[in-house]
Design a protein around this ligand. Structure first.
Ligand SMILES: N[C@@H](CCC(=O)N[C@@H](CS)C(=O)NCC(=O)O)C(=O)O
Length: 218
C-alpha cells in the first residue's frame, strides 16, 4: 500500500477531522507536522499541496487532496472494507447521511467554529473575546441544536442507528466547545448531551487527541 501522509497541525480542527477518519479506518499514516507559528502553511513545500495555505493536506500515493471533508470522504470510500463502516451501501441511508454531512458543514460549523475562535483561540493568543459575537453565535448554534435534539430523540446518531462520517465531522468543534461556556448548549439538550458523550468516547477519537501532547512542542 502507498504511504498515506497527513500534513497538518494536531490542534487544528480540520486536521483533527481528517485524522479521526484515518484512525476510525485503522489506517497507518505518516503525520507531517506543519509549524503554523512559523507560517509553514503559507510557504513551499506546503503551498503546493494546498494553494489556499490552510491545513490539512493529504497524500495517498499520487493522489493529493486538501479540504478536510473531501479528505474524509475519499478515505471512507477508498478504504470502505477497513475499520469502522462510516458510510452505507444503501442509497436511502446514504442520502440521509449526505444530508447530515451538509447540515454539519452548512448550518452547524459556522457558528460552532466562530465560538471556538472567540472562546478558545483568541484567549490563547491574548486577544479579547467579543461578547456580542459570542451571544450571536450561541443563539445561532442553539437554534441548530434544537433540530439535533429532535433528530437524536428519534435515532442514536444523526443519520440513523449507527455512528457515521456525519457524526465524526462534528467531533473537533465539539471537543473544543465542551471546554468553554458554550458546553451548556449541548448539555442542556439531553439527547444532544448523550450523543456528545457517546461520540467523544470513541477509541479512534482518543487517538486523535493523543497526537496533541506528543507534537505540541512545535
Ligand atoms: N475548509 C477547510 C478549512 C481549513 C482551515 O480553516 N484550516 C485552519 C486550521 S483549522 C488553517 O489552516 N488556518 C490558517 C489560515 O487560514 O491561515 C478544511 O476543512 O480543510
Amino acid at each position: 500500500m502507498a504511504t498515506i501522509r497527513l500534513h497538518g497541525n494536531p490542534f487544528s480542527t480540520a486536521t483533527m477531522r481528517a485524522a479521526a477518519s484515518l484512525h476510525e479506518k485503522q489506517l497507518e499514516f505518516e503525520f507531517v507536522l506543519i509549524d503554523m507559528k512559523n507560517g509553514e502553511h503559507k510557504k513551499e513545500p506546503f503551498i503546493s499541496l494546498n494553494p489556499f495555505g490552510q491545513v490539512p493536506a493529504f497524500e495517498d500515493g499520487d493522489l493529493k487532496l486538501f479540504e478536510s471533508r473531501a479528505i474524509t470522504q475519499y478515505i471512507v470510500h477508498e478504504y470502505a472494507d477497513k475499520g469502522t463502516q462510516l458510510i452505507s451501501k444503501e442509497s436511502k441511508k446514504m442520502a440521509k447521511l449526505r444530508l447530515w454531512l451538509e447540515v454539519e458543514s452548512q448550518h452547524y460549523d459556522q457558528p460552532a467554529s466562530k465560538l471556538v475562535w472567540e472562546l478558545m483561540v483568541k484567549p490563547m493568543y491574548g486577544l479579547p473575546t467579543d461578547p456580542a459575537a459570542v451571544e450571536e453565535n450561541e443563539g445561532k448554534l442553539g437554534t441548530v441544536l434544537d433540530f439535533y435534539e429532535k433528530t437524536l430523540s428519534q435515532s442514536k446518531y444523526v443519520a440513523g442507528e449507527c455512528f457515521t462520517l456525519a457524526d465524526l465531522h462534528h467531533l473537533p468543534t465539539i471537543h473544543y466547545l465542551m471546554k468553554t461556556q458554550s458546553k451548556k448548549l449541548f448539555e442542556s439538550r439531553p439527547h444532544v448531551g448523550a450523543w456528545v458523550a457517546d461520540i467523544t468516547a470513541r477509541t479512534a477519537w482518543s487517538k486523535v487527541l493523543a497526537m496533541q501532547p506528543l507534537l505540541s512542542s512545535k
